[in-house]
Design a protein around this ligand. Structure first.
Ligand SMILES: NC(=O)c1ccc[n+]([C@@H]2O[C@H](COP(=O)([O-])OP(=O)(O)OC[C@H]3O[C@@H](n4cnc5c(N)ncnc54)[C@H](O)[C@@H]3O)[C@@H](O)[C@H]2O)c1
Length: 507
């Protein structure tokens, strides 16, 4: 969505006003606690006892972000493992990007002597000192490495998407249960205070009736050298790994380095980008599962000869570069009335980033826009009784006829006191990576293996499997050009039914 700069300021202040008015005690409590920013929100506290001894498997782009964000008071990194020497080095030295500063800058030069370095996950898993692992490897290896780790007696925090297919997700959950280990998955929005506040606004009913959410992740990789999913292969590195790759599940160096582009190693735009945002949308809708999905996906840029490739040949990637999907979700009254449907549309494209990424929630009383996991804007709909709305309208929160909070228009241009309180608190929060790792360690140290509502991991195997089902079933809908209805048994970890083997889809 495009906003003028003053509209952006107003939208942000409106959001903070609404959060400050409806969550005041919570925010004040968070500031006063002086502990980790997310602890109050997500129900944990500082660790008593030693930090959990953790090994990192996969120190590429995302592994390096997680190393940079890791919380040393909760997590003691004792080892790292990566197949690629350049990425083992990057774990310590960083790569010049502020989000991947490396362990030396974060922990001091002594960490190079202290932290053990392994060339692959198998060696690391034999290390008896390690209690838990963080796994950030290509998607196709999430399940095999997670299962190896659980069987080696380690708790696991695995990056998203949970696995390459739902059969694997169910096996991961089963093995975690059998070995009595925790299994967390890295959909970090579950630990973002921004999303928690946004969800609070939705749950308070401030947006009114929600019938439509639009989410998108648009990138422009059409300029030469801009495709971050296509990296150059280093011939020296390729020679070092020659003959070893198949044993780790990669056909060749191309599939290890550019794994996102191929069906055997990745899951396309829905797995990499869409899963995060469908996760957020389903949270806004009360953590419900979708009813149906259909869509279109194609290699409309890279698949067109002479258009999407530099050498005028067709690009060899297998995944779609443009996807557009529509999900039908049940509204709050769906059980009584089947007309109560909420539509969520999602698009991810490669040829324009005018509107980069975010989620827009369109309600009958207000609109909330979350931009790039960094800021949330709130606007009021115009109404005959409460006056003006729109992007230049400041608002405040009133008690409505039924006692619940409602949005009202304000004449005042000065930010309210509650907005300042909310601003002060919100500035301290992160995208959720740190909180996700803190809570993982907290649950390990305190032997908490409960449901998310009872203080357990917020994105456990069952929660993450639902995100994988949404993303991967959308892929099936696009591939088979079908509207697919989701079956409740797919979401049940104990039930062997899975979308990828459903005869109505693939038969
Ligand atoms: N949560 C998020 O927002 C987010 C963002 C980006 C990526 N991710 C996820 O993180 C994961 C990794 O993505 P990435 O961008 O870092 O990829 P990457 O290719 O940059 O890094 C993957 C690393 O894993 C290593 N590896 C592969 N198999 C291994 C094995 N058996 N033992 C040890 N190391 C092994 C590779 O050598 C590579 O260095 C993916 O699942 C991706 O979806 C999550």
């Amino acid at each position: 969505m495009y906003f003028k700069s003053n509209e952006k300021v107003i939208g942000k202040e409106n959001f903070n006003t609404a959060v400050g008015s409806t969550r005041r005690d919570f925010l004040v409590g968070t500031v006063a606690a002086g502990t980790a920013a997310g602890a109050t929100y997500f129900g944990y506290s500082k660790l008593t006892g030693d930090p959990v001894k953790v090994g990192f498997i996969g120190t590429g782009d995302e592994g390096s972000v997680l190393l940079t964000q890791h919380p040393p008071e909760f997590m003691d990194i004792v080892a790292i493992a990566d197949l690629r020497e350049a990425n083992r080095k990057r774990a310590f030295d960083g790569d010049g990007n502020e989000h991947r500063i490396g362990l030396v800058k974060k922990l001091g030069p002594g960490c190079k002597q202290r932290i053990k370095v392994y060339n692959d996950h198998r060696e690391l898993l034999k290390d008896p000192e390690i209690e838990a692992v963080v796994i950030a490897v290509p998607l196709s290896q999430h399940a095999p490495i997670t299962i190896d780790a659980l069987k080696a007696g380690k708790h696991v925090l695995c990056e998203k998407l949970m696995a390459h297919n739902i059969t694997e997700c169910k096996e991961m959950i089963r093995v975690a249960k059998e070995y009595n280990k925790l299994l967390a998955v890295g959909h970090q929005r579950h630990y973002s205070v921004l999303y928690d506040n946004a969800n609070h606004i939705v749950q308070q009913g401030l947006l009114g009736e929600i019938k439509f959410i639009r989410a998108q992740w648009h990138r422009n990789n059409s300029f030469p050298g801009r495709d971050s999913w296509r990296n150059k292969i280093n011939p020296v590195e390729a020679a070092e790994l020659e003959g070893r790759l198949q044993e780790y599940g990669y056909e060749d160096m191309e599939h290890l380095v550019n794994w996102r582009l191929f069906n055997s190693t990745g899951g396309g735009l829905m797995a990499e980008l869409g899963s995060h945002q469908l996760d957020a949308c389903s949270i806004f809708l009360g953590k419900v599962h979708p009813l149906a999905v259909h869509g279109y996906g194609g290699r409309n840029f890279y698949g067109v000869k002479g258009v999407g490739s530099l050498d005028k040949q067709k690009d060899d990637r297998e995944i779609d570069d443009h996807v557009y999907v529509t999900f039908e979700f049940p509204g709050p009254n769906y059980a009584e009335d089947k007309n109560d449907i909420v539509i969520v549309t999602y698009s991810s494209i490669n040829t324009n980033r005018f509107e980069p990424y975010g989620e827009s929630v369109f309600g009958s009383r207000g609109t909330m826009y979350i931009n790039m996991e960094q800021e949330a804007l709130l606007f009021k709909e115009a109404s005959p009784t409460t006056g003006g709305g729109g992007p230049e309208q400041r608002l405040y929160v009133l008690s409505g006829n039924t006692g619940g909070p409602v949005l009202d228009a304000s004449e005042s241009l000065a930010p309210s006191a509650s907005a300042s309180i909310a601003n002060a608190a919100l500035e301290k929060v992160s995208r959720g990576y740190t909180e996700e790792m803190e809570h993982f360690c907290y649950c390990i140290r305190n032997n908490i293996n409960a449901s998310p509502k009872e203080g357990g991991l917020k994105c456990n195997g069952t929660v993450a499997m639902a995100d994988a089902i949404m993303a991967l079933t959308a892929n099936l809908a696009m591939k088979h050009k079908k509207r697919i209805e989701f079956k409740p048994e797919w979401f049940d970890p104990e039930n062997p039914a899975v979308p990828e083997k459903d005869p109505q889809i693939v038969g």
